[in-house]
Each structure stands twice: as structure tokens, then as C-alpha cells.
Design a binder for this molecule. Structure first.
Ligand code: NI
Length: 175
């Protein structure tokens, strides 16, 4: 496993459309290992491969692990897609490892049905609710070059984007 650098706004690679994984190879499993290590180190609850500059459709997630509680539920989603969503919406305060220290409320479908491939190559379908629904939709957005700030007001988005552009110009790195 290797700790990888997480790219941050306004890095243009965050806008790339990630490519589907054709086959679950040892390289993909190694990439997932690197993503788990980088995600836990940050710390964060979800990470898309593009956030470590790998434009492939792979997401890691752990909604259970908290510092010191010893619990852990690492999950990887390959080629994940939303195949159904509830009309009912839900609002969660979201953050993103690629937009450090910024949080905003985002409205999304409350529940979604997803299809994905796991690290053993099995195709699965599952219903996601609550934080899981929010997180998987946020991460799938990353695979399509979409960031959570694309879902907030234009004014708020312009303010946060400008803040990160200024910081990048001054060479400040949020780590
Ligand atoms: Ni994110």
C-alpha cells in the first residue's frame, strides 16, 4: 500500500470523466489499497480514484470507521451506477477531500439503487439510504467530473472556487 497525494480544487483533473474498469486485475486491487490508505489518512469516508489522479471508475468508502473505535467496514465499488432513485429528497451537509475545510448543504435523492462490481469481480445491486446514499452519489459524481459545489448556489460556488484559486496562486497547499 502507498499513501497517495489527494488533488484539490482548482486542479482540472477533477473535471475528467473517469474510464470504466474493463477487468478486476491485481493493479485495480492495488489501486483500491492505495485509495483506502489515502482515505483513512486524510481522514475521509469516501474517495474516488480521480482524487488521486487516476481516471478510472473506482470508489472506496468506509462509513463505520471512526478514530479509536476499532470498527471498520471498507467497501470498494467498481463501475458504480445509479439505476434508480427516490422522488423524495434529503439534505446533508457535505464535504470533500478535494475541497478541504469547506462544507455545504446539498439536496439529493434520499435513496438510490446502485449497480457495481466488487473487488472479486461480482456484479451486485443494492439499495442505499441515509449517509450511504449521499456518499455514493457524491463519489459517482466525481467519476463524471462533478463536484458537490456544482449542486450549491452559483454565488456560494463562485466564492469557494475563487478562494481555492487564490490559494493555488499563492502556492498554498491544504494538506
Ligand atoms: Ni468528494
Amino acid at each position: 500500500m502507498a499513501l497517495r497525494e489527494i488533488i484539490i480544487l482548482p486542479d482540472k483533473r477533477l473535471r475528467e470523466i473517469s474510464k470504466p474498469v474493463a477487468e478486476v486485475t491485481s493493479e485495480i486491487r492495488k489501486l483500491a489499497d492505495d485509495m483506502f490508505e489515502s482515505m483513512y489518512d486524510a481522514p475521509g469516508i469516501g474517495l474516488a480514484a480521480i482524487q488521486i489522479a487516476e481516471p478510472v471508475r473506482l470508489i472506496t468508502m468506509d462509513l463505520v470507521r471512526k478514530e479509536g473505535n476499532g470498527a471498520s467496514e471498507p467497501r470498494a465499488f467498481i463501475n458504480p451506477e445509479v439505476i434508480g432513485s427516490s422522488a423524495e429528497l434529503n439534505i446533508y451537509e457535505e464535504g470533500c477531500l478535494s475541497i478541504p475545510e469547506y462544507y455545504a448543504e446539498v439536496e439529493r435523492p434520499k435513496t438510490v439503487r446502485i449497480r457495481y462490481t466488487d473487488l472479486d469481480g461480482n456484479v451486485k445491486e443494492e439499495d442505499a439510504d441515509g449517509l450511504f446514499a449521499t456518499c455514493i452519489q457524491h463519489e459517482i459524481d466525481h467519476l463524471n467530473g462533478v463536484l458537490f459545489v456544482d449542486h450549491i448556489s452559483k454565488l456560494k460556488k463562485a466564492m469557494v472556487v475563487r478562494k481555492f484559486e487564490k490559494a493555488a496562486k499563492r502556492g498554498i497547499k491544504y494538506v
